[in-house]
Design a protein. Structure first.
Lengths: 411, 427
């Protein structure tokens, strides 16, 4: 249970405050409602490149990091297909420094060409370090365009190709900033040793003077229903064969999402899950196997993935996975197994609230998706799921014609 | 309304103190210590049982790690599958860790399920049977994961630098190889289990929602089993030795090189520890460090470059590391040495030193936010012979470091030729 208060500034910035007087720290989380799904198909990777530029100096403050470090604060950010999220933790006595820094970069950036030039190089090295120079690092670069043909989830957040990052211009940067980095397109969460009154006062001082912009109305092409199984093979210098299967499923915060999430736990969460127990422990087909869901806001994917034991062919492993999936579709999942995955989820939820910053982020994600109250309803919604619900979602999701399969062969 | 001057930073306060709850302790009836931190709002608990195991006590690299893994793979009463099933039924997470000088079994659980989980944990510690079939399974999984890791430049570079810094035969450089894994048999595991875990001395650390109820449960399940002190200490008292030749592992298809520069240092009780921490921070310890500014923020050669001081109970080391575009390998090495020379030749300017100290103080306080983090910090006091005021005096000791100290450290520990160089990729 995360307690919060809420208010909206005149410029449309939504603010949430979570008071926790037991910590000497404060967390400030700003979520901008823009991610890689909002990118132009010919300029992918831009939302993430832009995140780097947010640290390259703002309208009145030449360096973002240094003044924050000086007051004992830390910060970071990440970009996902749905959002770009920036966060600070600092001693609560210095809360105002966070407001000063974050409001100035919401107001305007330095738009320094050197910063763009350097960050393009940094992001290209990030691309190589994480996606190209790692065994299996390019899986998502291949799996996304296989599973999505229309929706912008078809490209990875890092971008489709290095050339897209190389070709970004300062005009692109400015256009992006003035379109998306608006008070009325953001969520601010302040948590920790703070008071609602204090946060209100600081918000009025630092954020309220920032003018609102034209609201961003998202109108993305939605993925049409998949009608036949898709399949791709790739080969690389990796030690083991691997397999990845992706099934379309509903988006985050819907009832069906929680059902699919719980179904993925039955299939492949932990060592007592069906896939692990049968295919790794009993049949020795895999050296790792699991299932999980992408928690995307638009309809996402349920993923089953695993590394194959030496000498096992992907065809054989695939057939074995299909067997396990088929059983979940055809036979009701025993009550006891359902209560096991519910208990696992309950524990995960409670543990996720131990960290102050996580509580702040959970509030921001739920608020951005349209209803902050969801943050405290998840536990009950999951408890309400029945074996029939699970079988129904298994029938809907785990169909061959809804699947995309990638065989990753060791060369 | 007065106009807001956004060019001026708000007033701020320096962080001067760390406030953490005290750690409590008692001695269990069988003489073993139990420590606890009661903190946090959530009804969760972490139970950690710590043994004298780990690299220092193992005959071959990886034995201790595999032994800890095998604790969950079968007892006289339960099979491997039954153990996983039982833990998952209560949503509990099991974590096994084998470090340089200690090994631990950790349970994360909702407080309400602790009573159900503890009998199983007790069973693992006293009644494991190490089934041959499960051991082969674990060995195979470990081997296949290892083969994937050995394809990663940064993994290989990390293994090599520790070998070079501590010497190949030193336990601190223990790293698993396919051939060492092959040499581990059921008897090897059983011996370590008997000598280091089953009815051997342990320490328990509880953190989270700890009340009389949880303490009584722990006493019930861990307070009465007999404990025997091992006859031999088993520890190999190898003196760490450094090699100095640079190492290059050429990987022709690599887009990037993993670079590591390292040397031996000392433990946390050494008088140079705090000044060295500050030097490390200035050089590469945080996002605003000199190496990050130069190599990433000015030249864009890498996604990240860092330096780090690691300390263990018996020794410590410094490592600088980065992954860079292959053709920039030499340039990165040259620029790194340029930054090091600058720290030797000139004192760190007052403003920069102030920022670094403030940052270190703030991030230290920020790293003591959860009951688990607080318990982890106390462990070095409880088990590594660090002084009892280590946490409370940390900030004061950082603040006491001067620019002269930092320069002195650079001249003492970062002289030309003092760092061993490892490059995996190409030069």
């Amino acid at each position: 249970m995360i307690r919060y208060e809420h208010f909206v500034l005149n410029n449309g910035l939504k603010v949430y405050v979570h008071e926790d007087p037991t910590t000497p720290m404060a967390a400030v989380n700003i979520l901008y409602n823009v991610g890689s799904r909002d990118e132009d198909a010919n300029k992918t990777g831009f939302a993430h490149l832009f995140e780097h530029l947010m640290f390259g100096g703002s309208k009145h403050i030449p360096s973002y990091d240094e003044p924050l470090q000086k007051v004992g604060g830390e910060n970071n950010a990440f970009t996902s297909p749905d959002i770009t999220n920036y966060y600070i933790t600092l001693p609560s006595a210095n809360l105002e420094t966070a407001f000063w820094l974050e409001s100035d970069r919401m107001l305007g950036l330095s738009f320094d060409p050197t910063v763009l030039d350097v960050q393009q190089k940094v992001v290209i090295e990030e691309f190589k370090q994480r996606y190209l120079n790692q065994p299996y690092g390019d899986v998502w670069l291949k799996l996304r365009p296989l599973a999505f043909k229309v929706h912008p989830y078809r490209w990875a957040t890092i971008g489709k190709d290095i050339s897209h990052i190389e070709n970004a211009t300062m005009d692109d940067v400015k256009g992006f900033f003035y379109k998306y980095y608006l008070p009325n397109n953001a969520i601010l969460v302040v948590a920790g040793n703070v008071t609602v009154e204090q946060v209100k006062q600081l918000c009025r001082k630092w954020f309220e003077p920032i003018p609102a912009g034209a609201p961003y109305v998202r109108n993305l092409p939605q993925e049409p229903e998949q009608t036949e199984a898709r399949f791709l093979e790739t080969e690389a210098e990796v030690p083991l064969n691997a397999i990845y299967k992706a099934f379309h499923m509903p988006g985050r915060f819907t009832d069906a999402y929680y059902r699919a999430d719980l179904l993925s736990d039955v299939l492949g969460r932990g060592k007592s899950s069906r896939l692990y127990r049968r295919l790794l422990k009993e049949q020795h087909l895999f050296t790792s196997i699991s299932a999980h869901v992408l928690s995307s806001l638009d309809p996402g994917l349920l993923i089953v993935s695993g590394s194959l034991n030496q000498g096992i062919r992907p065809e054989e492993a695939d057939a074995a996975i299909e067997e396990v999936l088929k059983e979940a579709v055809e036979q009701s999942i025993p009550e006891e197994e359902v209560s096991k995955v519910k208990n696992q989820t309950e524990a995960t939820l409670v543990f996720s609230e131990v960290e102050l910053l996580n509580r702040a982020m959970n509030l921001a994600f739920a608020a951005n998706a349209g209803d902050v109250g969801n943050v405290n309803r998840e536990a009950d919604r999951i408890q309400a799921i029945t074996p029939d619900d699970l079988q129904a979602i298994a029938r809907q999701v785990l169909r061959k014609e809804n699947s995309s399969t990638l065989y990753y062969r060791a060369a | 309304m007065e106009t807001l001057n956004r060019s001026i930073a708000p007033e701020f306060k320096k962080v001067e103190e760390v406030r953490v709850p005290a750690i409590s302790s008692l001695t269990l009836p069988n003489g073993q210590p139990l420590y606890w931190i009661n903190a946090g709002q959530q009804p969760v608990i972490r139970l950690e049982i710590i043994f004298d195991a780990g690299a220092w006590y193992e005959p071959l690299p990886g034995v201790s790690n595999l032994t800890l893994k095998m604790l969950a793979e079968g007892t006289r009463a339960r099979s491997s599958a039954e153990i996983s099933e039982y833990l998952d039924r209560y949503g509990a997470f099991l974590e096994q860790h084998s470090g340089t000088d200690r090994a631990s079994l950790t349970i994360y659980s909702l407080a309400k399920h602790l009573g159900a989980i503890l009998p199983l944990v007790q069973e693992m510690l006293t009644d494991s049977i190490i089934p041959e079939k499960e051991l082969n399974n674990q060995k195979n999984i470990t081997l296949q994961n290892l083969r994937v890791n050995l394809e990663k430049n940064n993994y290989v570079a990390g293994q090599l630098i520790r070998e070079k810094v501590f010497g190949k035969s030193h336990p601190y450089s223990h790293s698993q190889k396919p051939e060492t894994l092959e040499a581990i048999h059921r008897e090897t595991i059983e011996t370590l289990y008997d000598h280091r875990i089953r009815n051997r001395p342990f320490r328990i650390v509880l953190a989270g929602h700890v009340t009389e109820v949880e303490l009584a449960l722990v006493e019930r399940y861990f307070g009465h089993q007999p404990v025997e002190i091992p006859l031999s200490s088993d520890g190999t008292a190898v003196q760490p030795l450094s090699e100095t030749e640079p190492v290059l592992v050429d990987k022709k298809d690599s887009l990037q090189s993993s670079i590591r520069l390292g040397r031996q240092l000392f433990t946390r009780t050494h008088p140079d520890y705090f000044p060295m921490l500050v030097l490390n921070e200035v050089l590469g310890g945080y996002f605003g460090s000199r190496l990050m500014k130069n190599i990433r923020e000015e030249k864009g050669l890498t996604y990240g470059i860092w330096s780090n001081v690691s300390t263990f109970p018996r020794a410590g080391y410094l490592i600088i590391g980065t992954d860079v575009k292959r053709e920039f390998t030499q340039l990165t090495l040259d620029e790194t040495w340029k930054e090091i020379r600058l720290l030797r030749d000139q004192p760190v300017p007052a403003g920069e030193l102030q920022t670094v100290k403030n940052y270190m103080a703030g991030s230290y306080v920020g790293s003591l936010n959860t009951p688990f983090e607080i318990a982890d910090r106390y462990k070095s006091i409880l088990f590594d012979g660090v002084s009892t005021d280590f946490i409370s005096s940390y900030i004061e000791r950082i603040r006491a470091v001067t620019a002269d100290h930092v320069q002195e450290m650079a001249n003492r520990y970062l002289t030309d030729g003092s760092l061993i160089e490892v490059v995996v990729g190409g030069k």
